[in-house]
Design a protein around this ligand. Structure first.
Ligand SMILES: Cc1ncc(C[n+]2csc(CCOP(=O)(O)OP(=O)(O)O)c2C)c(N)n1
Length: 581
């Protein structure tokens, strides 16, 4: 039966329909729903890993044990998993292995715009690049076949629009999972240098065979039309090309790596103007030019940054009649993202803002502490970097005689992901920073997923819950203090103590994510007779707070539909104007 589903849902469905046995991943937009959907469908075992490297390594183990497997992650997750990937390409697989990676051109929800196609080239593995939900479904099945036929991991790459847009999918006949032999094969799986040297030769030979395969596979197809313009494209760009030039000739690559050289040469020879449309990097173009094939229109006319759309393509192709679509943003008020009403991160950041300390930040909801009016985060690099970067800062401060102690702020999921090793280094190398772990018992930023501290697994069943304080202690940190960030005075005192005490000092705030755990306290209201209109409470950056201008002076009002009753604004008010309604 046909279904209308997103690319992520299609991948999840196909994983179960294509004999998948084990899936592991780490959340990250736009990939997250894939594993959630595998769990929801409930047919195949799946789990959240603490990070992407663990997810891929677990998938490698599953493959060696004979089960078709998939690891899911967002583009930056591949950086974390890359160590495993770069040797997995040498070992190859036993049962089929797919690394599903979701890129985010346009950075809708990411810290960078890296193009995962680089990784396929780097690791010398095939990459499938679907253009809609049906292909997302079909390419999982094709990916397993390719993986097993060529003894290689296969990367299945989506972009935000493929992952999240919905389209019609006709599922294929279901394949029952078959668990193969659990293989012991030392030269294949033990990558000592002597075995690695042999496997590297095998990788190069495999790539040549894959290049031959690329020439004939139906994953790549030519749609011959008007020969005035011929366009090489793949993935979501194919849809934009079809919208811009429905009658043009198109060479659509479903296999984005390796490229079918003969097919491209022949296609380019049949069209008057040969254009390449690809989002982000010039992966195709650089390779095609290196083949000695002329490219008439490419990255000289299409930006390396952001998404492609039909107008960009028309303009690049020199179509003077192109209409540039403009989003009607001009007169709209700016609404920067901010903490949810009642979020426990608010209290900590209002104090860090007041103390004007240097905050080495990390990635999560708490990154919003960098924005006005808090302005209380000064670096955000990648997951886990807060503690290690604070350690480096503290060492330079020590060397230079500066006395200011840096503060690292990190969430629980990020700490489990890659913060633990930073803290271990700080402990081991006699560092000195204040580390605040915002332990809200969930991976909030990506929609509230489970993690090793949440007490439940992906499917919601209860699980062993890591004791954060005990974990920090075991890393060698003696000063670990639990705080309640809803109590500003207490939290400020704890932060001040942590800043004054030499050596590593860790504060753990265990207040749960209000959105994930649906915490609701009695809402507050403002007594207008007491409110002076000083706006000190607005520093809480809470969307429930607003100014009314009914009297001669503006006064603060609280929207009872939004207020969560956390009380942070009341503590910032010097006039005692707020109380529970
Ligand atoms: C390597 C990598 N993987 C995944 C992500 C997506 N991501 C951004 S923040 C985050 C975790 C946030 O959870 P937590 O640290 O608990 O903080 P919270 O949002 O709950 O405050 C994730 C998974 C990413 N940015 N980088």
């Amino acid at each position: 039966m046909k279904k209308i589903i997103s690319g992520n849902e299609a991948i999840a469905l196909s994983f179960g329909d294509s004999g998948g046995v084990f899936a592991s991943g780490y959340p990250g937009t736009p990939s997250t729903e894939t594993l959630e959907e595998v769990a929801r469908l409930g047919e195949v075992y799946c789990e959240w890993a603490p990070n992407e490297k663990v997810a891929l390594e677990s998938a490698i183990g599953a493959s060696i044990a004979g089960g078709r497997t998939m690891a899911t992650m967002k583009h930056v997750g591949v950086n974390v998993a890359a160590d495993a990937l770069m040797t997995l390409t040498y070992t190859g697989v036993n049962a089929g292995l797919i690394l599903m990676v979701a890129d985010d051109p346009g950075m809708h929800s990411s810290q960078n715009e890296q193009d995962s196609r680089n990784y396929a080239k780097f690791a010398k593995v095939p990459m499938l690049d679907p253009s809609d939900s049906q292909e997302a479904y079909d390419f999982v099945r094709a990916g397993f076949e390719l993986s097993e036929q060529f003894d290689t991991p296969v990367m299945l790459r989506t972009t935000t629009r493929i992952s999240h847009a919905k389209g019609c999918v006709e599922p294929q006949e279901k394949i029952a999972p078959q668990i193969g032999e659990w293989v012991k094969n030392v030269p294949k799986y033990v990558m000592l240098p002597n075995f690695g040297k042999i496997q590297h030769v095998a990788v190069e030979a495999r790539l040549l065979k894959l290049q031959e395969f690329a020439e004939t596979t139906p994953l790549n197809r030519v749609e011959m039309g008007d020969t005035d313009l011929g366009i090489l494209t793949s993935g979501i760009s194919y849809q934009h090309v079809k919208e811009a030039y429905p009658d043009a000739s198109i060479l659509k690559l479903g296999l984005a790596h390796p490229l079918p050289e003969k097919m491209i040469r022949e296609f380019a020879g049949r069209v008057k103007r040969f254009m390449i449309v690809e989002e982000m990097d010039a992966i195709f173009e650089e390779q095609v030019r290196a083949m000695g094939i002329r490219v008439d229109i490419g990255k000289d006319r299409i930006s390396y940054c952001g998404e492609v759309n039909a107008d960009i393509i028309r303009i690049a192709a020199g179509d003077a009649a192109a209409v540039v679509s403009k989003a009607p943003v001009e007169n709209l008020p700016q609404r920067p993202p901010t903490f949810c009403p009642g979020c426990a991160h608010r209290g900590v950041f209002s104090i860090l803002s007041k103390l004007k300390v240097f905050v080495s930040g990390d990635i999560g909801c708490y990154t919003l502490g960098a924005l006005p009016p808090m302005n209380a985060m000064h670096t955000t690099i990648c997951m886990g970097a807060s503690i290690s970067a604070a350690h480096g800062m503290a060492k330079v401060n020590e060397i230079s005689g500066r006395t200011e102690k840096p503060v690292a702020v990190i969430g629980d999921s990020t700490f489990f992901h890659s913060g633990i090793t930073g803290l271990l280094s700080m402990s081991y190398n006699n560092g000195s920073a204040l580390v605040i772990i915002m332990d809200n018992r969930t991976t909030g930023m990506t929609g509230g997923q489970e993690n090793p501290g949440s007490g439940s697994i992906l499917q919601g069943e209860s699980a062993r819950q890591v004791d954060m304080v005990a974990l920090v202690k075991v890393l060698g940190i003696d000063n670990v203090v639990e705080i309640n960030s809803y109590n500003l005075a207490e939290t400020e005192a704890a932060i001040r103590k942590g800043l004054e005490t030499p050596g590593p000092y860790v504060l753990v705030d265990k207040n749960p994510c209000i959105l994930r755990y649906r915490v609701k306290k009695p809402v507050l209201s403002v007594n207008p007779d007491k409110c002076s209109g000083c706006s000190a409470c607005l520093k809480a950056a809470c969307v429930a707070l607003g100014l009314t201008s009914t009297g001669d002076k503006p006064k603060v009002a609280i929207d009872p539909n939004i207020c969560n009753g956390c009380g942070v604004c009341a503590q910032l008010c010097k006039f005692d104007a707020m109380s529970a309604a």
